[in-house]
Every structure is written in C-alpha cells, then in structure tokens.
Design a protein around this ligand. Structure first.
Ligand code: AMP
Length: 189
C-alpha cells in the first residue's frame, strides 16, 4: 500500500499514520519527524531547519525532496509506505511525481483528512496542554500561520491528485476510530 496523507496541521495525520502502519505493516515516512530528528542531532540540516520550523514556515523543497528520495530507496519502503506531511507544495508534488516515475512506483491513494480551522486551533492547544511540553511550533500564532500556509500552498494538491483519480476524502472531525474506519473502507472497498 503506497499512500499520501494530506490534511492541515492537527488534523490527525500522524495519529492515523501510526494506526495504518500497524494495520498494513508499512512504514510511516514523516518529513516532520525526520526534520525534528535532524534538529535533535544538531546536524547541518537540522540547524538550517530549526528557525523555519519554529515559525511554522516551510523548509525548502530541495531539503524535503532529498529526504524523501533517500527514504524511497531504503529497503523498508519497497513494499509500501505512508507519506505523512509530504508533499506540501505543488513543486514537491511535481518532484514526487518524477521521483515515483523514475523509481517505477505508483501510488494507491491520497487520503485527504478534512477539518475546520477553528476546531484545529482548539485541538492543537489541548494536545499541547495534555502533553505537558508544547512543541515549539504549537502556539496559537504559529498554528494560524501553519494553517494559512496549508490553505495557500498545500490544499491545491488535492486538485492535483484528484486529476489522477487518487483522492479519498474523510471527515477528520469524527473520532479517531471512525476516521480510521473511513480510511480503511476507502482502501479496501
Ligand atoms: P509536521 O510534523 O508534518 O507538521 O511538520 C512540522 C514542520 O516541519 C512544518 O511546519 C515545516 O516547517 C516542516 N516540514 C515538514 N514537512 C515539510 C515539507 N514537506 N515541506 C516543507 N516543510 C516541511
């Protein structure tokens, strides 16, 4: 199963990705996680990405496309993968189309998790409080910026993948279990 999860920050992409990892026994490929690991390791890429991520802006297409290209060559992604948080711009989507064509990989589906912006702000604030340590990018202003970035740069990708007939939309305001059931229904239906 080769999937892309699309949806604004806080829509539950990470949560659903983890469930799908178990269910289909395929790895999650999260550019956000890889970038956070690079920051923790204080690698040159991490140092370059930190400020940008703290503001809620996007890291360069070149950096994230490089990360994904490398991961798609790894052994564990050969049987399938879940792209979580990539692509986020049209340039990334086009680069991914080329990468997949070169590597002779075809996507099974692009899952769009739909949610309302106001509900997201509330949800992300709750998540930050519950976890006790808010991620540096989880304060309300940064979230608003991330939502604007999503609407402006990432949402247009839904139309891009709809042209290829790949988009399956699910209502992200439902419970975690219901969202999973909707996704699995699309994939197995
Ligand atoms: P995430 O964990 O997917 O919400 O990503 C956290 C942050 O990492 C984002 O706000 C961006 O700053 C950066 N990031 C993750 N994936 C990408 C991507 N595909 N393109 C650009 N920046 C990204």
């Amino acid at each position: 199963m080769k999937l892309i999860l699309l949806g604004p920050p806080g829509a539950g992409k990470g949560t659903q990705a983890q469930i799908l990892v178990e269910r289909f026994n395929i790895p999650q490929l999260s550019t956000g996680d890889i970038l956070r690991a690079a920051i923790a390791a204080k690698s040159p890429m991490g140092l370059q990405a930190k400020e940008i991520m703290d503001r809620g802006d996007l890291v360069s297409d070149e950096i994230v496309c490089g990360i994904v290209s490398e991961r798609l060559d790894d052994k564990d992604t050969q049987g399938g993968f879940i792209l979580d948080g990539f692509p986020r711009t049209m340039a990334q989507a086009e680069a991914l189309d080329e990468l997949l064509a070169e590597k002779e990989i075809s996507l099974d589906a692009v899952i769009e998790i739909q949610v309302q912006a106001e509900a997201l702000i509330e949800r992300v604030q709750t998540r930050a409080k519950e976890s006790g340590e808010a991620r540096a990018d989880d304060n309300a202003d940064v979230l608003r910026n991330r939502l604007e970035v999503y609407t402006e740069l990432t949402e247009p990708l839904v139309a891009h993948y709809a042209q290829a007939g790949l988009v399956k939309s699910v209502d992200g305001m439902l419970s975690i279990e219901e969202v999973t059931a909707a996704i699995v229904g699309h994939l197995e239906g």
